[in-house]
Design a protein around this ligand. Structure first.
Ligand SMILES: Cc1ncc(COP(=O)(O)O)c(C=O)c1O
Length: 384
């Protein structure tokens, strides 16, 4: 069964008069996730629901297991986060990088991938911001710049500012061959393009939960391979990861008995039972898993191909999508002989929601969009 027959639209509350083609910015919250937030709000309005320590464990663990299922990894390899930046910073700060060590990033990458490392420059770490010849760095370009001091390569999987997808296997293998940690920001792909990080030579996969996973803002995760787990030190010990409210009932609290949590849990964000956000992201991830990410990706690609073939070239220049073997569904359109502002205003007035990025229109369909949405978008783009 294709995605459209699955009637994904009925699982969301998108406004009738508008077409949301901006998943690369925010994925809308599905109805079942909104219901979960409602339940969590009720708990907070009537806090006796939160008296026992069970929900403080159940909410984060149920999210961890949903995400683990989606990524086909063991749940103890996943740290729960509030962003992609959280995971990138925990890795940057947990590695013992010192004077002369090098980190390779792409100069045109999303700032989240660069800033955690440039902070380390005051320690003498050398952050090499490479300019790709195309939109994203290739393994060959990185190989030319890698030295015996390179410790980390950190890149976005699906580039936010072009939609191009990096070659995870070629870059990852280069990193493995040189004992370099490969850190990948999957924020623009996870939930929209199939990925199981342990099937690729990558060491860390971070992501936000609020784009293609359709979770609330302020959510994310960080997956760590065993290689990364060995190298990234935890720089905190959170009481609630080892103790519970029940332990607080004891006459004497034995802090010496507190153990660092096993696996990636030691890196969890504080406030791990973030009820409103995490209960909702669990439901969003469960919906994505039920729809099936391979099926979502095929659907999204067919929407963007439909749109690309319908746009009048006299009005928009469809940008190159990179290597066809690993296209994302994100399209960039450059207005012809019109300002970006005029083009964006026209689309907004027609009820088509897209993003403006690097002087272009970014179109990012997802599984709740149908071919009817694309027909409407094409009509608006072509000024009909
Ligand atoms: C690749 C990428 N990473 C990260 C983010 C933002 O996440 P964070 O606030 O976690 O850095 C975005 C977009 O908002 C993005 O496109």
């Amino acid at each position: 069964m294709g995605i459209e027959e699955w009637d994904v639209k009925s699982k969301f509350d998108l406004p009738v008069g508008r077409v949301w083609l901006n998943a690369s910015h925010q994925g809308p919250l599905p109805n079942r996730a909104a219901d979960a937030v409602g339940e969590m709000v009720r708990w907070k309005q009537q806090p006796h629901h939160m008296m026992s320590s069970a929900p403080f464990t159940e909410v984060p663990e149920s999210l961890r297991s949903e995400l683990a299922g989606l990524l086909s990894v063991p749940s103890d390899e996943l740290a729960l986060a509030n962003s992609s930046s959280y995971g990138l910073h925990l890795v940057a700060n947990g590695l013992d990088l010192t004077t002369g060590d090098e980190v390779i990033v792409a100069r045109n990458d999303f700032p989240s991938d660069i800033l955690p490392w440039t902070r380390l420059e005051s320690r003498g770490v050398n952050v090499r911001q490479l300019e790709p010849q195309g939109q994203v760095l290739t393994a060959e370009e990185i190989a030319l710049e890698m030295t015996s001091r390179t410790r980390v390569v950190c890149l976005t999987w699906v580039h936010s500012l072009s939609g191009h997808v990096i070659d995870l296997d070629a870059i990852g293998q280069l990193c493995r061959d040189n004992d370099v940690l490969f850190v990948v920001n999957g924020s623009q792909g996870v939930g929209g393009i199939p990925i199981s990080p342990s099937e690729h030579p990558i060491d860390v996969l971070t992501s936000v939960g609020f784009k293609y996973l359709c979770g609330p803002y302020g959510t994310g995760f960080c997956w760590l391979s065993s290689r990364a787990m060995d190298r990234v030190a935890a720089n905190k010990l959170y009481w609630l990861s080892s103790l519970s409210a029940d332990d607080l009932a004891a006459e004497v609290l034995d802090l010496d008995a507190i153990q660092e949590p096993a696996g990636a849990r030691r890196h969890d964000v504080f406030g791990t039972a973030n009820f409103f956000n995490f209960a909702a992201l669990s439901e969003s991830a469960a919906l994505i898993a039920e729809a099936g990410v391979p099926r979502i990706h095929a659907h999204n690609l067919s929407l963007s191909t439909h749109l690309a073939s319908g746009v009048d070239p006299a009005r928009y220049e469809v940008q190159d999508r990179g290597d066809e073997r690993c296209w994302s569904a994100v399209l960039f359109l450059r207005p012809v002989e019109r300002s970006l502002e005029d083009a964006a205003r026209e689309l907004d007035e027609a009820g088509i929601d897209v993003a403006r990025r690097r002087g272009m229109i970014r179109v990012a369909p997802h599984f709740y969009n149908g071919s009817d949405d694309i027909e409407r978008a094409i009509a608006a783009l072509n000024g009909n």
